[in-house]
Design a protein around this ligand. Structure first.
Ligand SMILES: *Cc1c(COP(=O)(O)O)cnc(C)c1O
Length: 373
């Protein structure tokens, strides 16, 4: 008798479904016999500008050191980041992407039998890290696609250890204002940690929804804010994210994270890009215009979308979103189906350059027309 090794996995892990990443360009090229440069990928909320030249230069230089282990405490990056955020370095925990930090937070503060609260349609990594540690996920119904913060406060029990909030949320693009977040935090017992995931906060600058989680740390010691270099900063492949918290919480997180979880090239590029504020500004501008272009295109096609504060937008294409997704693939356009998020009618489209957005909108029009014919 051979052993069924899957049955040996811990219970939470057995119930996991794998995270579905955006389809890589090379994979679509192989499957459909397309040239990689004819493919438009708007599926992973990456920065369409390409990397900052300043970050590229720093990364190239850092490659010279690839035979040595990285600085496990990332002294230079933490100094630069602390200055940029106006916090002290002991408040920072770096991760191999902020996904890594989210996982470390869950492992440090929850375990089997504990409850972790998050919202319906919220970022897929929250249930993933919750189930992986054997904790119980408590999913609170969304309100107008966004977080129903009063209902989330109601869902906190004696067993709750953690709450995850994505602001803005992926894949809905919804954002909760500072008043609502403060009202929520006022209701959360101090023994419950609240993780405010601000992966897209850079895109809020100058809007009415410009919530800055870090400014809330003073009033709420149970708050942990996470951010990333993967989106507006354009370093998704290098995997750098971080948490900002009290030094006491950061001390715990830093004990558990892998000692060399951010590599030398990533540290160098992230440090350098923090000095390239022009790149950040250009990223915001391209995003603002791209969102206008995409939503104007949806309006022309008679489609509804969820207003987004991020660098992507979820559009309602009707009951057969999977078929539309396939049709777009055949036209060399990769977007993201979000049925796994309980949104079977929507596709999530990342904001691209003007010509990429145009290619996508034209392809979408063709696919929709073909369905009607
Ligand atoms: C993209 C994203 C992240 C960050 O991912 P990393 O690349 O691991 O930093 C975190 N949270 C949300 C909501 C995201 O969409």
């Amino acid at each position: 008798m051979s052993i069924d090794y899957q049955s040996l996995a811990v219970e939470g892990v057995r119930s996991l479904t794998p995270y579905q990443p955006g389809k890589p360009i090379e994979e679509l090229a192989r499957e459909y016999g397309l040239e990689p440069d004819e493919i438009v990928k708007l599926a992973s909320n990456e920065n369409p500008l390409g990397p900052s030249p300043v970050a590229m230069e720093a990364a190239r230089e850092a490659l010279e050191e690839m035979c040595r282990y990285p600085d496990g405490n990332a002294f230079t990056l933490k100094q630069a980041l602390a200055r940029y955020l106006q916090v002290v370095p002991s408040q920072l925990t770096l991760g191999n992407g902020s996904n890594d930090v989210l996982e470390v937070i869950a492992r440090c503060f929850a375990g089997p039998g504990d409850e972790v609260v998050y919202a319906q349609h919220a970022f897929a990594v929250y249930p993933l890290v919750t189930l992986a540690i054997g904790a119980k996920g408590v999913e609170v119904s969304a309100k107008d696609w966004g977080h129903d913060l009063p209902a989330m406060a109601d869902a906190i029990s004696d067993r709750t250890r953690l709450v995850f909030i994505a602001n803005p949320n992926n894949p809905t693009g919804t954002v909760e204002g500072e008043t609502a977040i403060r009202a929520f935090l006022d209701r959360v017992p101090e023994r419950v940690l609240v993780v405010l995931d601000e992966a897209y906060c850079e895109y809020l600058a100058g809007t009415d929804d410009d919530v800055d989680g870090i400014s809330l740390l003073r009033d709420y010691p149970n708050l942990v804010v996470t951010r990333t270099f993967s989106k507006a900063w354009g370093l998704a492949a290098l995997r750098v994210g971080y948490a900002v918290s009290s030094p006491s919480i950061a001390d715990i997180l830093n004990r558990v994270r892998q000692p060399f979880n951010v590599d030398t090239v990533a540290q160098a590029a992230a440090t350098a890009v923090l000095g390239d504020l022009e790149y950040l500004e250009r990223s915001r501008e391209v995003n603002r215009k791209g969102l206008e272009q995409l939503t104007a295109g949806f309006a022309d096609l008679g489609l509804e979308w969820i207003p987004s504060a991020g660098n992507f937008v979820a559009v309602d294409v009707g009951t057969n979103a999977q078929e539309i997704f396939q049709g777009l693939l055949e036209q060399g356009v990769i977007v993201r189906p979000v049925a796994g998020y309980g949104m079977p009618r929507h596709l999530r489209v990342s904001v691209g350059l003007a010509e990429e957005n145009e290619r996508f909108l034209e392809a979408l029009k063709r696919v929709l027309e073909r369905r009607e014919a």
